[in-house]
Design a protein around this ligand. Structure first.
Ligand SMILES: Nc1ncnc2c1ncn2[C@@H]1O[C@H](COP(=O)(O)OP(=O)(O)O)[C@@H](O)[C@H]1O
Ligand SMILES: [Mg+2]
Length: 356
């Protein structure tokens, strides 16, 4: 690791490199020198087929945000003046950022003000890019939220028996339920396919722990984990935030009895989001916000069960049935969301018309 870090333009004398937090996708390390702190990340090659392009996107995004005087990730270049380092020995890609020491991230909290901040951070991010042409960025994971492809892929690997059969026996009924609910995933995709929804620059991974808050004021400051910033629909940024932060339990919590979507958290997030997005959100985007929550929860359930059947090649797991637990959790959340759909749609209208 020392060798890797020595290729970047760091200040001070290297003191330590320790694994940092347990993200689902990349491998992260905290680097401490005599004068600074940095965050080193090994980019997941399986998920990101073109790490160079991922970094080019991030470079554009962070430069754009800096030009608007926004706080964002700061890329530390290599000694060869590159934004990414390829280690020939291990064939791995690395990047280095300044460590945002005055900010923090969380994975679950009951403080309603935090949810207002979550909504604002997402709305602000989208607003900062609302005038930027989406073609500026490359789609590094093609059809990332193309939910129909996700379910079709699951059906295909089951049909071709390209699954872990022992695991399939355990989750047959879950797969059946997901396949039966397939129609729930089509509406947004149909709108995208018929060009009825605007394509914009969006974050695509607005989980609560990708939002940084100020340690002193608890205000939401910025979105990090910019790997998936790509052209897409703003609906999924809002809905993935609701999915990941308004649920009463973490997405891998097996104690499903208490699982629900917390209405108070949801309303706070919605108010925060619409207060910042009301100037650019279109009628059709507004109308489909809740459809988005249902779709994204469904998509997650499909992705978790697919990964379970493919022996956990995408999401990091801590135990044998981790992805199965995640899939069951999301499936239950999906049915909870379905039940609340009409109520939530009314809330969107009420909040929106009070804000404008
Ligand atoms: N520049 C940074 N400064 C401080 N903490 C960071 C920084 N970047 C990431 N983190 C922390 O590390 C965690 C994992 O990083 P992230 O980029 O989200 O990786 P993953 O793709 O694995 O989720 C984040 O939730 C955040 O708490
Ligand atoms: Mg993350």
């Amino acid at each position: 690791m020392q060798n890797i870090v020595s290729n970047f333009k760091i200040s001070g004398k290297l003191k330590s490199i320790e694994p940092y937090k347990n993200g689902l996708v990349n491998k992260t390390f905290l680097v401490i020198t005599s004068t600074n702190k940095y965050l080193l990340q090994r980019i997941n090659k399986y998920v990101f087929k073109d790490p160079n392009q991922v970094m080019k996107n991030i470079n554009f995004v962070t430069n754009h945000l800096k030009s608007l005087n926004r706080r964002t990730l700061n890329i530390i270049k290599t000694k060869a003046n590159q934004i990414i380092y390829f280690d020939n020995l291990t064939k791995e890609y690395y990047r280095l950022y300044d460590f945002l020491d005055d900010l923090y991230s969380i994975s679950l909290t009951n403080n309603p003000e935090i949810y207002l901040e979550v909504g604002k951070v997402i709305g602000n991010f989208q607003s900062d890019f609302s005038e930027v042409s989406p073609e500026t960025l490359v789609e590094t994971i093609p059809k990332f939220h193309y939910t129909i492809n996700r379910i079709n892929y699951l059906k295909e690997i089951i049909k071709q028996s390209k699954v872990n059969m022992r695991r399939f026996e355990k989750c047959k009924s879950i797969c059946e339920i997901l396949i039966n609910e397939e129609s729930a995933t089509c509406k947004i995709q149909n709108h995208l396919d018929s060009f009825l929804l605007p394509i914009r620059i969006v974050h695509n991974d607005t989980k609560l722990n990708n939002i940084m808050f100020d340690k002193a004021s608890n205000k939401g400051i910025c979105l990090i984990d910019l790997d998936t910033v790509m052209p897409g629909t703003i609906i999924f940024d809002f809905s993935d935030a609701v999915r990941s932060s308004c649920a009463t339990l973490n997405e891998d919590d097996p104690t499903l009895y208490d699982l629900d979507i917390d209405d108070q958290k949801f309303v706070c997030l919605l108010i925060g989001y619409l207060s910042k997005s009301k100037s650019f959100i279109t009628d059709i985007e507004l109308e489909l916000l809740i459809e988005g929550i249902k779709t994204i929860i469904y998509e997650c359930a499909v992705r978790f069960i697919t990964d379970y059947l493919e022996n956990d090649i995408y999401f990091k797991t801590n135990y044998q049935n981790h992805n199965l637990t995640r899939a069951i959790n999301q499936l239950k959340l999906y049915f909870i969301c379905k039940k609340k759909e009409v109520y939530y749609k009314k809330l969107v209208q009420t909040v929106y018309f009070r804000l404008i």
